[in-house]
Ligand binder design. Structure first.
Ligand SMILES: Cc1ncc(COP(=O)(O)O)c(C=O)c1O
Length: 401
């Protein structure tokens, strides 16, 4: 089971060493199948979509819409119309905040977020609340990085207009019990957006089983190119929401007096979209589905257990984020060595990890730290990668002795 062979980039040496790529939460590597699909598209099918009368336009349109169908099936949404292509999770959240948010949130209302959100699921809501005179309410977390569910329930009230919640934390690896949290919100008639940027690449996601109102993710974290992602929204919401951007393709009819908007999802896809990205995302979904998401989740769990045990044995190493339910993210501190120094020394060994606040500054503040070193796993990682990380960290310790 050596998936790394499917990823051309992983066969190189960097700084004279075998590349050990452990920065998958930032972005994943791309398998040959995705790279080939993009090249084939440009060599054979490239044209603009939805309006051409010629064969290439027909083919490009088919590929783009087939990719939408693949996303629908990957998330188990009811229909293709509930899948809107966007640049990524960030754009999807901004779309919902600006479109659904502006239509539904007014002065005195509240938006509920959690203490472990990525900045992408904080700032758009902060902007909306600032504009509307509404208030952000934050579900607190424990020292282990788990949300305090009793506090969550007490935050939900008649002023709450939406709950926006990450499925998996990029900084701590915590997997939130989103299904139960959605049920609690729905019991009070409150819609829920789930940020699935760190979940969709690593485990099966079923939006109908979750019954979330919106679900967002980025392609580049799941083997697809950058600049493509998707927003899932229930038809009833998307139909009521005003367009986010105006332009070509999102209209049915335009005069200087007025515009009739197109149907969903096209109403939200103004201008020429990232066709190449959608083709690549479709190929990534085929590739991941070929392996099987349950198998990917099991493999990553095994790697996470191995990494947690191996890293716990490194003297002075403290894992940050010890929730019971975790995905393949291990954030850590090593004595009082600055995480940036850890990252720089590991880089000399050919090991790529992330250091810093991971776009989750409130998490760092809550824990009283400024940064962590973070190793984040993908199914194509191996136990040897983790062994290399451990010996790299021993070198770091030796240098700082
Ligand atoms: C939990 C989470 N949400 C949102 C994002 C933003 O994703 P993107 O930059 O692809 O829009 C990330 C990226 O790190 C993330 O980890």
């Amino acid at each position: 089971m050596n998936f790394a062979d499917d990823f051309p980039i992983l066969s190189q040496t960097v700084r004279g060493r075998r590349l050990v790529y452990l920065d998958n939460a930032a972005t994943s590597q791309k398998p040959r199948a995705v790279i080939d699909a993009i090249r084939d598209y440009y060599e054979r099918d490239n044209a603009n979509i939805h309006r051409g009368v010629h064969l290439l336009s027909e083919r490009a349109t088919e590929l783009y819409e087939a990719a939408r169908g693949k996303v629908r099936s990957f998330l188990n949404a009811r229909e293709d119309a509930e899948i809107v292509f966007v640049r990524g999770a960030t754009e999807a959240i901004n779309l919902v905040a600006q479109s659904f948010g502006r239509a539904n949130v007014k002065a005195g209302d509240e938006v509920v977020l959690s203490a472990i959100e990525h900045h992408s699921n904080i700032v758009p809501w902060q902007m909306l609340c600032g504009e509307r005179g509404a208030k952000l309410r934050v579900i607190p977390m424990t020292d282990a990085g788990e949300l305090i569910l009793e506090e969550y329930e007490s935050l939900l009230n008649a002023r709450t207009k939406i709950v926006a919640l990450t499925h998996v934390s990029n900084a701590l690896g915590t997997v939130n019990p989103v299904k139960a949290m959605i049920e609690k919100a729905h019991a009070k008639g409150i819609p829920v957006l789930v940020d699935g940027a760190q979940a969709v690449p690593h485990r099966p996601v079923d939006v109908q089983a979750l019954d979330c109102d919106f679900y967002v993710f980025s392609g580049h974290k799941m083997c697809a190119p950058t600049g493509i992602g998707a927003l899932y929204g229930k038809r009833a919401h998307l139909e009521k929401m005003p367009p986010y951007q105006g332009g070509g393709d999102m209209i049915r009819m335009v005069t200087f007096e007025k515009t009739l908007y197109n149907d969903i999802p096209f109403k939200f896809e103004a201008g020429t979209p990232n066709i190449e990205g959608a083709v690549g995302l479709g190929a990534a979904i085929d590739y991941l589905s070929g392996i099987g998401m349950p198998r990917i989740a099991a493999r990553e769990n095994e790697l996470l257990d191995y990494a947690t045990t191996a890293l716990s044995r490194v003297k002075d190493l403290r894992i940050i984020g010890t929730a019971k339910e975790k995905a393949g993210v291990v954030s850590f501190l090593l004595g009082d060595i600055h995480p940036h120094d850890i990252g720089t020394i590991l880089d000399q060994e050919g090991i790529a990890i992330r250091t810093g606040h991971h776009c989750a500054m409130p998490v760092m503040e809550r824990l009283g730290i400024s940064a962590t070193a973070r190793a984040s796993l993908a199914f194509y990682n191996t136990k040897e990668d983790i062994d290399a990380l451990v010996s790299g960290l021993e070198k770091v310790r030796a240098i700082f002795k």
